[in-house]
Design a protein around this ligand. Structure first.
Ligand code: CO
Length: 211
């Protein structure tokens, strides 16, 4: 078991390791940030954003919540997208779900989850949108995993629905939006290859904020 005190020991070692090849490492880091990527992922402790992408401090702007949801009235997530697009001018916004997601699984259970009800309701809505497909999958694990993928797709659409993304993309060709799934059992990232251009066109039929 890792003790509380161990965290500071770890930190000390980490500082030494980072500074060993470059004594000015932290001073450089403190100067500014210009990450190319915004990563929106699940809070799950088994999916550490920087680590799975092999990225160092300063290379990715990160937002995490239960089941990687992008909700239009979530001031937290909307502020992160706004800051990343308008100020950091990220090139890619990545929504990354993961198989074996406890949040997605919990949303599929018929029980009262208290404060999690309104949060996980979004996933039940994704299920309802894709019920015809999902009801055809009889294996529970496969059905959950497909829902994880469909949830990522829907959250990518929610990113594309924002005014900042629509305006900035039209003006600069960025950011592009990507949907990924992290396969916990293998450790690899799967690109769902969403068709961003097409999705943007479809979304703007109803959600056009580029005015
Ligand atoms: Co999760």
């Amino acid at each position: 078991m890792i003790t509380y005190e161990q965290l500071f020991e770890n930190n000390k070692k980490w500082v030494e390791q980072k500074s060993s090849g470059n004594p000015g490492y932290f001073e450089d880091l403190a100067r500014s940030q210009s990450p190319e990527f915004l990563y929106i992922g699940c809070s799950d402790s088994r999916v550490p954003a920087n680590e799975i992408m092999g990225l160092e401090p300063g290379e990715v702007f990160v937002h995490r919540n239960i089941a990687n949801l992008v909700n239009s009235i979530d001031l937290n997530c909307m502020s992160v997208i706004n800051y990343a697009v308008v100020h950091l001018k990220v090139k890619y916004i990545i929504v990354c779900g993961h198989y074996n997601c406890g949040g997605v699984k919990a949303a599929m259970e018929s029980r009262d989850l208290g404060i999690l009800n309104p949060w996980l309701r979004t996933i039940r809505d994704v299920y309802r949108l894709h019920q015809d497909e999902l009801d055809q999958i009889f294996d529970d694990t496969k059905r959950y995993n497909r829902l994880v993928e469909l949830n990522v797709n829907e959250q990518c659409l929610n990113v594309i629905k924002t005014a900042e993304v629509q305006r900035c993309y039209k003006a600069t060709g960025y950011p592009k939006v990507a949907g990924w799934v992290f396969d916990l059992k293998k450790g690899n990232l799967i690109d769902l290859n969403i068709d961003f251009e097409q999705d943007l066109k479809n979304i703007q039929k109803i959600y056009n904020l580029d005015i």
